[in-house]
Write a protein of this length. Structure first.
Length: 66
């Protein structure tokens, strides 16, 4: 869990800095970072569900499939 939280903080900070560098406005960077933080959590969850449901690549024999 700690690894997940620290990764989200690092990745979102990078997004904020990149958006700021492109736009020159910290507020826009923070807005993009805020949207990205939640959007990527939802996208990751959906990706994981689809991966285990439709793909056998990287899934060990006997692992639960939804």
């Amino acid at each position: 869990m700690a690894k997940t939280v620290t990764w989200r903080i690092l990745a979102t900070t990078a997004t904020i800095v990149i958006a700021w560098a492109i736009t020159g406005d910290w507020r826009i960077g923070a807005q993009v970072g805020g949207v990205e933080f939640f959007a990527k959590m939802v996208l990751y969850y959906g990706h994981e569900r689809a991966w285990y449901r439709f793909s056998r690549f990287g899934v060990e024999e006997g692992e639960a499939r939804d």
